[in-house]
Ligand binder design. Structure first.
Ligand SMILES: O=C(O)C(=O)[C@H](O)CO
Ligand code: MG
Length: 279
């Protein structure tokens, strides 16, 4: 049965970030993910997790320039030292937050670079980073991202991500399979879940409605069907990962994110976010 994690970078935009932990717990989530923890002391974040009975299941390694112009350093020529420092910082935060997995963003293909040259740097950086993460028993994740949202992003397809993992050859390097991006880039999502979940190389799933990236009950994907497929395949292969709810709530302005969680409350899913006593 799917286990859902609240993505605190996108859910609860009506609240200050540090207040989103309590809101997610109040809505029944038992796990959270978010993009970048680095603006906050790790001990403060750990305290919010503990106070609200939440697990941290994912966050991202530093993306490069803090102005958002860069989306990862892993494939960028000449930025290897900065990449390694970022991985070290991410691993420190993962230790403090007891977080088992870190998303390492590939980065944007620089104008004038060739994809082959970029891939060689990517593989070399990932091989080093995976060995570092293995020292503390953590997984690193690669996420194919669509180029409509992120033009020039290097990694876009599930088969490419799995090929890179094959090249790197590290058992703790896995795919962050965001079904929103998968639908936009490739489609055929249910078949790709059936194909890739049993591989043992999918470390995390994420969902959002397509194309608006709102709640999963808005848009062209039938998530109730996809959740049933995930249930069926996970029961067969033993996949026990989390599904990150990485969407922009439609209700953020009106009734808040919570009002938009009926898609989850109405479903027959594990850990249904029934309202906690006293909520
Ligand atoms: O863009 C996404 O879908 C992600 O999950 C990245 O971690 C943030 O850009
Ligand atoms: Mg994602």
């Amino acid at each position: 049965m799917p286990r859902f994690a609240a993505n605190l970078s996108m859910l609860y935009p009506e609240l200050d970030f540090l207040d989103r932990f309590e809101a997610a717990a109040r809505d029944g989530f038992r796990a959270v993910e978010y993009l970048f923890p680095y603006a906050y002391p790790a001990l403060e974040l750990a305290a919010r997790l503990r106070a609200n009975g939440l697990q941290q299941v994912l966050f991202n390694a530093p993306p490069g320039n803090p102005d958002g112009s860069e989306r990862g350093l892993a494939s960028l020529p000449g930025r290897e030292a900065e990449f390694r420092a970022g991985i070290a910082r991410a691993l420190d935060y993962a230790q403090a937050l007891d977080c088992p997995r870190i998303h390492v963003m590939a980065g944007l293909v620089a104008h004038g670079s060739t994809r082959d040259a970029v891939q060689a740097i990517y593989v070399q950086n990932l091989r080093w980073a995976a060995a570092e993460a293995a020292k503390s028993g953590r997984d690193l994740l690669l996420e194919p991202i669509n180029t409509r949202d992120v033009p020039r992003f290097f990694l876009n397809r599930q088969d490419h991500a799995h090929a890179v993992i094959e090249l790197v050859g590290a058992p703790n390097l896995k795919v962050q399979m965001d079904l929103y991006h998968c639908q936009i880039v490739e489609g055929d999502v249910a078949t790709k879940i059936r194909k890739y979940l049993p591989s043992g190389r999918v470390g995390h799933l994420q969902i959002a409605g397509v194309p608006e990236r709102h709640e999963p009950d808005v848009g062209e994907l039938n998530h109730a069907y996809l959740f049933a497929v995930i249930d069926e395949v996970a029961a067969q292969c033993g996949w026990d990962g989390w599904i990150g709810c990485e969407y922009r709530p439609r209700q953020a302005a009106a009734g808040g994110t919570s009002a938009g969680l009926d898609w989850l409350r109405s479903g027959n899913f594990q850990d249904p976010p029934a309202r906690r006593p006293g909520a």
